[in-house]
Design a protein around this ligand. Structure first.
Ligand SMILES: O=P(O)(O)OC[C@H]1O[C@H](OP(=O)(O)OP(=O)(O)O)[C@H](O)[C@@H]1O
Ligand SMILES: Nc1nc2[nH]cnc2c(=O)[nH]1
Length: 183
């Protein structure tokens, strides 16, 4: 291991690459079944959803188109403010489309709660959510989420799209970080 190896900054791996890929396969099979005969517009929420978008879209057998939105709900800290700003809007018109929002994590739920109603107001046929991770103990709003990979404890995690100061997104696992990363 070289001195800059990212794994030295991890405390505990919650889900390995294999477990994540297994879950993606499971979720994709369920989604294919539920959307039989319908095209899906996958909406990825940048930047965290980059991995789940790439993996889920490739695991699906349905016809899929992809679009991206970038929103900001976190200030400089690690607590969601609930005030969401659109940094990049969708390129597509949602009218009559079956929209499936792909997310890496639902923490307070504030980002998705806002996003779901924003997209619903654009006239789609349906809006559902697929999130790889969810923290039930951190929920601040009731959110109807149709597809969830794993429910996790209320701990800050990284990997599989999730970052600290833009690092760790490239990890193929989900992990907590070692205390020295914060020091
Ligand atoms: O449920 P919430 O408490 O609202 O938190 C979830 C949001 O936080 C993360 O995004 P972040 O704002 O960190 O941006 P990023 O995807 O660019 O990392 C994550 O990707 C979700 O979009
Ligand atoms: N990296 C990271 N970003 C988040 N955004 C909301 N919750 C989390 C989390 O646990 N980790």
């Amino acid at each position: 291991m070289d001195s800059n190896d990212v794994s030295a900054d991890l405390a505990h791996v919650l889900y390995t690459k294999e477990q994540i890929q297994e879950k993606i396969t499971e979720l994709a099979a369920q989604i294919d079944k539920d959307y039989e005969g319908r095209d899906i517009l996958l909406v990825g929420v940048l930047k965290g959803a980059c991995m789940v978008m790439a993996d889920l879209s490739r695991a699906l057998h349905s016809h899929v188109t992809m679009d991206w939105m970038a929103v900001s709900s976190y200030g400089s800290g690690t607590t969601s403010s609930g005030v969401v700003r659109i940094l990049k809007d969708l390129d597509s018109d949602l009218m009559g489309k079956h929209v499936l929002i792909a997310e890496d994590i639902i923490d307070s739920g504030l980002t998705l709660s806002w996003l779901k109603s924003n997209l619903q107001s654009r006239g789609p046929a349906s809006v559902e959510v697929c999130a790889m991770l969810r923290k039930p103990d951190a929920a601040k709003v009731n959110l109807d989420v149709k597809y969830v990979g794993y429910d996790i404890p209320n701990e800050f995690v990284v990997g599989y799209g999730l970052d600290v100061a833009e690092k760790f997104r490239n990890l193929d696992c989900v992990a907590t970080i070692a205390p020295h990363v914060y020091q």
